[in-house]
Design a protein around this ligand. Structure first.
Ligand SMILES: Nc1ncnc2c1ncn2[C@@H]1O[C@H](COP(=O)(O)OP(=O)(O)OP(=O)(O)O)[C@@H](O)[C@H]1O
Ligand SMILES: [Mg+2]
Length: 320
């Protein structure tokens, strides 16, 4: 049996604007029915990759196949197979939510009955029924994001690109969107998403590509990436400064915070490692302790030499 064609195959992708290289040889493969997260700070090249894969932008060099079609030679095939939710909204603000959805269905040549049913289903699923007949310009940022996604999904694409789908959403809306992505994948849909949120990649992705300065600096599952970084530690809270000082003198690789009365002792997260830390502690001097394993923030810092950007606020991110 031959392996099924991957949903996305990219080899040696480059892109430059004049003398400025924006993508510097990107390779990635996304098997069908999986979620791939492109994680990277502002300007890393995430949107550029999405735009090239969705045929909105011409690549420089490289072999790029999407849904089995070559993006340069068979762009119509690619377009018929995909749905795209861009970083910035595709909504027509002067139309109602219902009208925006109907427009997308019409563009995809759905027949009338199918369109009516599909529009209704999307309004229900994305909790937009009450607002369906109001102009989209009256929607909140979260409602617009949901409408945007509904407009992508109404034609039931098998492969979906989501460019920063949850930037600017409140925690509840983010979790709802994550649930929707999981449902889609359970149905066999392939998702390539971009995000600046490390926890989003952690929650959703089968595979994460860390993009920095137009290069994939690391790729793997969340667990694989975390294993590459020994960022775990035990954080010990002391009852008084003297006890902290004694412990700090014992654990030479630890970092003391004298104001907070805490000591961070590096630990690999294993039971044996934890026991070594605990054995050196005196019962009465300790007010509490927490075990912290490496998170994707640590991974990002270790791989790129700089921290991931803090997410921007909703006001800046959602265009009016
Ligand atoms: N039309 C253009 N002309 C010149 N440079 C461009 C153009 N479009 C994008 N760039 C540059 O390409 C780089 C990558 O941009 P891109 O939009 O792909 O980043 P991103 O990872 O999506 O960032 P963000 O998180 O801010 O959305 C940036 O340095 C950007 O300035
Ligand atoms: Mg972008």
């Amino acid at each position: 049996m031959t392996a099924p064609t991957p949903a996305i195959e990219v080899a040696g992708l480059t892109k430059a604007y004049g003398d400025t290289t924006v993508l510097d040889g990107v390779d990635l493969t996304v098997p069908e029915g999986t979620v791939y997260a492109l994680l990277g700070p502002n300007g890393a090249g995430k949107t550029t990759i999405v735009n090239i894969l969705s045929t909105l932008l011409t690549p420089g060099d490289g072999e790029i196949r999407v849904a089995g079609f070559d993006v340069r030679r068979e762009p119509a095939g690619v377009r018929a197979a995909i749905g795209v939710t861009g970083q910035f909204s595709a909504i027509d603000e002067l139309l109602t939510g219902r009208e925006n959805l109907r427009l997308m269905a019409d563009l995809a040549h759905l027949d009338r009955a199918t369109t009516t049913d599909a529009v209704q289903a999307m309004l229900e699923r994305f909790e937009l029924l009450d607002a369906a007949d109001r102009r989209a310009q009256t929607y909140s940022g979260g409602m617009k994001r949901r409408l945007d996604l509904a407009m992508t999904l109404i034609v039931r694409p098998r492969l979906i690109f989501l460019d920063e789908p949850t930037t600017g959403l409140d925690p509840r809306s983010r979790r709802e969107l994550w649930a929707i992505v999981r449902e889609l994948v359970a149905d066999g849909v392939t998702v390539l998403l971009t995000t600046q949120y490390l926890d989003e990649a952690d929650h959703l992705a089968d595979k994460i590509g860390v993009l920095d300065g137009g290069r994939l600096v690391a790729e793997g599952t969340s667990a694989e990436l975390k294993r590459r970084v020994p960022g775990g530690h035990v954080s010990v809270q002391f009852t008084d400064p003297a006890r902290l000082a004694v412990a700090a003198a014992t654990y030479l690789d630890a970092t003391a915070d004298h104001d907070a009365l805490t000591l961070q002792v590096p630990s690999d997260g294993t039971v044996a490692g934890l026991r070594r830390v605990l054995d050196g502690l005196d019962d009465d001097g300790v007010a509490g302790l927490t075990v912290e394993t490496a998170d994707l923030d640590d991974v990002f810092l270790a791989l790129t030499g700089h921290a991931a950007e803090a997410p921007v606020s909703e006001a800046e991110e959602i265009p009016a």
